[in-house]
Design a protein around this ligand. Structure first.
Ligand SMILES: Cc1ncc(COP(=O)(O)O)c(C=O)c1O
Length: 450
């Protein structure tokens, strides 16, 4: 059925594919042929070390036969059932998600197709539950590409589609210490005071907007593409307290930070915070099949006991995706991959720190578990980024090209380099990637002031 030569993949794709997030004339895709563990291979047999888990999603690594088997068996038995029906995999997958959710407290689960529609449904649930309309989210955030999720998104991907997105979203600032607006003249402020300043900022916005109008605060507990921003101690607990004080639903978007990425099942677990609603996707199936989910406290679900929840998806709870989720969660548990990610956390941190010390173009490194970032700057004193806000630069382009030429696949975002490998990665494999980074950073070092 798929019998045509590998060398036709690129020309045929260029002729017929319409590419996302791309100017169509400028795409240069890797024709990928197979993948195993932390590596994938292109059609020429070139091997790449995957430092981005493809799209920050292949948490258990590539080609795990247990997940593939589960999907094949499910496809043979029953590939699809209607949303109003239920199946063994629907019962089991929702039970498993509830079990691994923070404190096991998010016991009702709605399955979606990915992260954006998980956030869309979370917003509907919060609005229906509270009878309020506004949603507060942060500027340095990404929540998906559908119209509602784009409105929730704080970064420039939203601005590209304004006006015309979902109304009712108000943005606030993130506690981003390296570039904090409020602390340029007093950068040595304590972590507790720093957290409190940003909580005060949030509370002021809540008051100006009117707490009685705010349905939810939706946030990435550890921010993903906008900078691997790890909240300072007290911040997540403070957001939880503000939500409780004003009767606001707390929604944690764990689409990227979930399923072991940070060394806990979910990032909120680092601070023992239980959100009212949590959205997930990516690591839920490790991308073996498309799936998202909204897990919620039973009282949120109960608001719809007598009232219809006016929303749905033809492919909600798709059995093949749910089989993948069940097998994936089982692999994470049996192979102790969350614990492995936690154990590799200090290894990644040390490698990042050493790299930062050796290269003047590294302004700051941050990481938690296997979720890391390098911020590249032209000048450490002024922190001038290696590429402009929402832009690129010849140095960043050359940096990424060098990595790819040396068989290291990773994601660069503006002036940052993200390190998000599959959770199965070993210390030796991490070091293998860092040797390439060490070489590629020579390029950005040359662009800087010393
Ligand atoms: C934090 C976060 N939320 C939501 C999404 C959207 O997920 P999807 O692309 O599956 O719609 C993403 C995707 O990268 C994400 O990182």
């Amino acid at each position: 059925m798929f019998d045509f030569p590998d060398d036709q993949i690129l020309p045929l794709s260029k002729e017929h594919v319409f590419w996302t997030w791309s100017a169509q004339a400028k795409v240069n895709p890797i024709p990928v042929k197979r993948a195993k563990g932390v590596y994938f291979w292109d059609t020429d047999g070139k091997r790449y070390l995957d430092f981005n888990s493809m799209t920050m999603c292949v948490n258990i690594g590539h080609g795990d036969a247990r997940v593939i088997e589960a999907m094949v068996n499910q496809a043979r038995q029953l590939p699809y059932a209607a949303p109003g029906m239920t199946t063994k995999v629907r019962a089991l997958a929702s039970k498993l998600v509830a079990e691994v959710s923070p404190g096991g407290k998010l016991s009702k689960v709605l399955f979606t197709l990915g992260g954006a529609d998980a956030n869309e449904n979370a917003v509907k649930l919060a609005r229906g539950y509270t009878g309020r309309f506004k949603i507060l989210t942060r500027y340095r955030s990404y929540h998906g590409a559908t119209a509602g999720a784009m409105a929730l998104t704080g970064d420039p991907r939203r601005v590209a589609w304004e006006p015309g997105l979902m109304p009712g979203v108000v943005h606030f600032l993130d506690p981003y210490r390296y570039r904090s607006t409020f602390h340029r003249t007093n950068p040595d402020i304590s972590e507790a005071e720093f957290s409190q300043d940003y909580l005060n900022h949030l509370e002021e916005i809540i008051r100006y907007e009117g707490p009685e109008t705010i349905a939810a605060i939706l946030l990435e507990p550890v921010t993903g593409t906008n900078g691997i921003l790890i909240p300072p101690e007290g911040y997540m607990q403070g957001v939880r307290a503000l939500c409780d004080k004003y009767g606001i639903v707390m929604i944690a978007d764990e689409v990227m930070s979930g399923f072991g990425r940070t060394g806990e099942w979910f990032a909120v677990d680092h601070w023992n915070v239980v959100p009212d609603i949590m959205t997930m996707a990516k690591g839920l199936t490790s991308a073996y099949a498309p799936l998202g989910a909204v897990a919620m406290k039973p009282e949120i679900a109960a608001a719809f006991d007598e009232r219809t929840f006016e929303s749905g998806l033809t492919y909600t709870s798709h059995p093949v995706s749910l089989a993948a989720a069940i097998a994936n969660i089982t692999v994470l548990r049996e192979d102790k991959l969350v614990e492995h990610a936690a154990g590799m956390g200090p290894v990644l941190k040390r490698l990042l720190t050493d790299l930062g010390e050796a290269h003047p173009s590294v302004g700051e490194v941050r990481s938690i578990g296997l979720f890391g970032i390098l911020e590249l700057v032209k000048d450490r004193k002024t922190k001038e980024p290696m590429a402009a806000w929402n832009g690129s630069s010849p140095e960043m382009v050359a940096f990424r090209k060098t990595c790819l030429d040396h068989g290291l696949f990773l994601y660069t975002h503006w002036h940052t380099v993200l390190i998000i490998p599959p959770l199965i990665i070993s210390e030796e494999q991490l070091k293998e990637g860092f040797e390439v980074l060490d070489e590629a950073l020579e390029i950005t070092d040359k662009a800087g002031v010393r």
